[in-house]
Write a protein that binds this ligand. Structure first.
Ligand code: NAP
Length: 331
C-alpha cells in the first residue's frame, strides 16, 4: 500500500484530499496541529501526525521516525493572515522547511504536490481579457499570491525533486467557509457587489480539484504547474443568481463603490487586532475584487490528463447547498 502524507489535512481542501486518498487505497498520513479541528477526519484508517513546520530540527526528528512517503501533498497554507509576513512564513518558509528535511533525509517522494493558487499568477490582463497561462509572467497582487509564487520559484530551483504545482482558482463546496458568506447573505435576502466593472471569474468544485491532484500525482509528469478551474468563465453576477435560484430567494442588491469597500475593509480588518483573525472582507480581498480577469487556462489539464470536470457551478452549488442545509449552516 502506497503511503501519502497530506499536510493541511484538517483544512477544507485537505479533508477532501484525505477522503480521496482513502478511496484510492493509500495509507494516509494526515499532518495536523495540536489545535487543528479534526471533525471531518473521522475515518479510523487515518494516521495522524503532528508536524511543526516552523522548527526544522523538530520537524526533521519527527520525519526521521516516520516511514518513507511515496507521495507528499502539501496543502497546508495560510489564506488569511493577520500580518503580511505570516503569508511568507507559512506559505513559503514552511514549504521550504519540509522540502529541505525530505531532501536531507534522502526521502524524496515519487511526487511532491504543491498546492499553490491562481493568485500566484493573476489577475490577468484587464483589457485583453486573455486566460492566465503558465507561460505568462506572474503578476500577483496580494501578499498571499506573492508568498505562493515564492514557493513556486523555490521548487523550480530544485534538481531531482519531482514536483507538480496545482494552482486552483476559487474552490467551493461543502465545509468551505469564505464563499459561504455569500450563501448566508443571500439566504438573508442580501447581495453585495463591489465596484461596477464586470468581473470574469472561474471556480472549481472541491471534488473535481482533488481528482486533479491525484491524477497529476499518479502520472509520470513532473516539474510542471497546472491551473485548475471547471473550464468555464462566469461573470460576477452568476454565482449570486444560481444561489438565489436554488435557495428560492429574492434579494436586495447593494452595490458598493470600490473606494467605499476599501474603507469598510480597513475598518473590518481592524478587528483582527482584537480577534486575532483576518475577517473575510479585508484589504487583500479588495485587491481581488477590483481585479476583473480571473480566467485561467486549463487546456494543459485536458491535454495531459483528459480532465473532465464533473461539476459546473450550478451542479456544485446544488451539492454545496444540500450540505450547508444538512450541517445546519443554512436554515
Ligand atoms: N480554498 C481556496 O479557494 C483555495 C484556492 C487556491 C489555493 N488554495 C490553497 O489550498 C490550500 C488549502 O486551502 P483551504 O481552502 O483548505 O484552506 P483552510 O481550510 O484554511 O486549510 C488550511 C490548512 O492549512 C493548515 N495550516 C495553516 N497554517 C499552518 C501552519 N502554520 N502549520 C501547519 N498547518 C497549517 C491548517 O491547519 P489548522 O486546521 O490547524 O488551522 C489547515 O489544515 C492552501 O494552501 C491554499 O492556499 C485554496
Amino acid at each position: 500500500m502506497k503511503k501519502v502524507l497530506i499536510t493541511g489535512a484538517s483544512g477544507f481542501i485537505g479533508s477532501f484530499l484525505v477522503e480521496e486518498a482513502l478511496k484510492r487505497n493509500y495509507e494516509v498520513y494526515a499532518s495536523i496541529r495540536k489545535t487543528s479541528n479534526t471533525e471531518y477526519l473521522t475515518d479510523p484508517r487515518i494516521k495522524f501526525i503532528e508536524l511543526d513546520f516552523s522548527d526544522k530540527d523538530s520537524l526533521s526528528k519527527k520525519i526521521f521516525g516516520l516511514p518513507y512517503f511515496d507521495y507528499v501533498i502539501h496543502s497546508a497554507g495560510l489564506t488569511k493572515a493577520v500580518q503580511k509576513s505570516d503569508y511568507f512564513l507559512t506559505n513559503f518558509q514552511y514549504t521550504k522547511n519540509i522540502i529541505k528535511v525530505l531532501i536531507s533525509q534522502k526521502r524524496i517522494p515519487q511526487k511532491f504536490i504543491y498546492m499553490s493558487s491562481l493568485a500566484a499568477y493573476g489577475p490577468g490582463d484587464p483589457i485583453l481579457l486573455q486566460e492566465i497561462k503558465s507561460s505568462d509572467t506572474p503578476n500577483p497582487v496580494t501578499s498571499y499570491g506573492k508568498s505562493k509564487l515564492e514557493s513556486e520559484k523555490y521548487l523550480s530551483t530544485l534538481i531531482d525533486f519531482p514536483y507538480v504545482i496545482i494552482r486552483p482558482t476559487a474552490v467551493y463546496g461543502p465545509r468551505e467557509k469564505d464563499l459561504y458568506t455569500v450563501f448566508k447573505l443571500i439566504n438573508k435576502n442580501l447581495e453585495l457587489f463591489v465596484g461596477s466593472k464586470k468581473q470574469h471569474l472561474s471556480f472549481v468544485y472541491v471534488k473535481d480539484l482533488v481528482k486533479v491532484v491525484f491524477q497529476t500525482m499518479e502520472s509520470n509528469i513532473v516539474n510542471k504547474g497546472y491551473f485548475v478551474s471547471d473550464g468555464n468563465v462566469y461573470d460576477g453576477e452568476i454565482l449570486g443568481n444560481i444561489i438565489k435560484e436554488q435557495l428560492n430567494k429574492k434579494t436586495i442588491r447593494i452595490k458598493v463603490p470600490v473606494e467605499m469597500a476599501r474603507w469598510i475593509a480597513m475598518i473590518t480588518e481592524g478587528t483582527k487586532y482584537i480577534t486575532g483573525k483576518q475577517p473575510v472582507l479585508n484589504l487583500e480581498k479588495i485587491k481581488e475584487l477590483e481585479s476583473i480577469n480571473w480566467k485561467c487556462d486549463v487546456q494543459p489539464l485536458f491535454d495531459d490528463f483528459n480532465f473532465k470536470p464533473e461539476y459546473n457551478l450550478s451542479q456544485g452549488i446544488t451539492e454545496t447547498i444540500q450540505w450547508y442545509r444538512q450541517a445546519n449552516w443554512l436554515k
